[in-house]
Write a protein that binds this ligand. Structure first.
Ligand code: EPU
Length: 421
């Protein structure tokens, strides 16, 4: 197992290049199962999650290779059964369900288990597939989906009690592109990753309109062909570097960003007194600021403040003067980082799904335990500003979602070291 030693206190300065989006790349790689022809996906981040997805495709029988940020697939003859050993490692593997049922009319995928950020059901995915005419059976830890007579277009409402579902919208969209007739998805997720997936499916020959709005209309086609696609920039990786720059940067520039995808975070930082500026050429700059104040935020579906940035912003607020109140509405239990931040000297009190953060002058280093991807990013950010050397254990969490995190941090002046335990 590896850990990251974060020697706190170095000011950050320089340019960091943001990778392609993990959460776009995962369903897009799964979508290549919809055709037997060659697909080329560019700017895929080299992460453990994207590597799992590539292995799942290979195990299903596809020819697939990943090198230098490109994933090249040919899914000629494939099986409908995704293996438990691989699927259980990554919740996003559920997004092979839609393409497999769409193309093969059947799919058997292990049910994703609970996850440390909370209960993560897939009822809305299954409700959508059932509306398209599939039969769903959950048995022995697997979910089996059959559509013996093929899928038929339908009107589907994808709203759940926490709002829309990102991967659920993607899954139903991937199943519906090869269904007979028209599908209308109401209450679709607005996230840019859904639009990116729709763009790729349309490049394969699908007929999808309205992605990025609440209503997506899909005219089924008989077959899809190969396509090439470049994945959008990772707004959460970019956001994490922006927060690190806000905490302890003099002048940090992010390149390959789409700032239009980051308004929830940028507005929050600016309202807290941070200096964030858009630069020409898909770049964003964050410069040091002195007049900072506590600020409140509530996470919500896009374009509201992203749940995937909540932990990192808690780390920032821990040393922002005044009181900040952070409320989580998407995954109400996603606060595993709070006890660890408190161990570093933060003053954070929880009330249900709300963190009340009283800014302290400085955090002090401690050995801390990463519990999930974004919590581990928060601990690294906290360590960059803390006094002393913070030891972030269970680094594999961060490698699920941040490409070359140590090199990128070192490139802007952070002193971090990856060591084997
Ligand atoms: N939900 C249901 N039923 C469902 C599906 C979702 O009740 O069938 C609930 C969830 O429990 C949650 C809410 O709906 O309360 C939203 O979940 P969503 O389905 O949108 O999450 P997801 O699609 O499984 C993606 C990202 C997550 C990100 C969420 C929310 C990927 C691979 N994952 O998950 O990313 O937090 O959307 O934006 O795209 C991460 O990258 O660290 C991460 C966890």
């Amino acid at each position: 197992m590896e850990k990251l030693l974060v020697h706190g206190g170095s000011r950050l300065q320089g340019t960091v290049t943001i990778s392609g989006s993990k959460n776009s790349a995962l369903p897009i790689i799964a979508a290549t199962l919809l055709t037997g022809e060659r697909c080329v996906i560019r700017r895929v981040p080299d992460l453990s999650d994207t590597n799992y997805m590539v292995r799942i495709l290979a195990t299903l029988g596809a020819d697939v290779e990943m090198a230098s940020g490109n994933v090249i697939t040919s899914a000629g003859k494939i099986s409908h059964q995704a293996p438990y050993d691989l699927v259980r490692k990554m919740r996003a593997s559920v997004c092979v369900l839609g393409p497999l049922v769409g193309r093969l009319k059947q799919a058997v995928v292990s049910l994703p288990g609970g996850c440390v950020i909370g209960d993560r059901p897939i009822d809305l995915h299954l409700r959508g597939l059932e509306a398209l005419g599939a039969e769903v059976e959950v048995k022995g830890g697997d979910v089996s989906v059959f559509a013996r007579d093929g899928l038929r277009g339908a009107e589907i409402n994808m709203r759940g009690k926490h709002g829309s579902t990102v991967l659920g919208t993607g899954n139903v969209m991937m199943a519906a592109v090869l269904a007979k007739g028209q599908t209308v998805i109401e209450g679709a997720a607005l996230e840019p990753e859904v639009t990116d997936l729709a763009d790729f499916l349309n490049a394969m020959g699908a007929k999808i309109e309205g992605a990025g709005t609440r209503t997506i209309v899909i005219e089924g086609v008989d077959e899809l062909g190969g396509a090439e696609h470049v994945v959008i920039p990772d707004r959460i990786e970019a956001g994490t570097f922006l927060v690190a720059g806000a905490l302890i940067g003099d002048d940090v520039i992010l390149e390959n960003v789409c700032s239009a995808h980051m308004t929830g975070l940028i507005d929050f930082l600016q309202q807290s007194g941070h200096l964030v500026k858009e630069l020409a050429g898909d770049r964003l700059q964050i410069s040091s600021a002195s007049d900072l104040r506590g600020n409140d935020l509530v996470t919500g579906p896009y374009p509201e403040f992203p749940t995937d940035m909540q932990a990192q912003v808690c780390a920032l607020c821990a040393t922002t003067p005044g009181i900040s109140v952070v409320t989580e509405t998407i995954f109400p239990q996603r606060f595993m980082h709070v006890p660890e931040l408190n161990r570093m000297g933060a003053n954070i009190r929880m009330e249900d799904s709300t963190a009340i953060i009283k800014g302290v002058e400085r955090l002090s280093a401690a050995p801390v335990m990463a519990s999930d991807l974004r919590a581990s990013a928060a601990l690294v950010v906290a360590g960059l500003g803390a006094e002393g050397t913070t030891e972030v254990n269970r680094l594999y969490h961060i490698d699920r979602g941040y490409e070359d995190i140590d090199d990128k941090l070192q490139g802007i002046g952070a002193r971090v070291e990856r060591v084997r335990q």
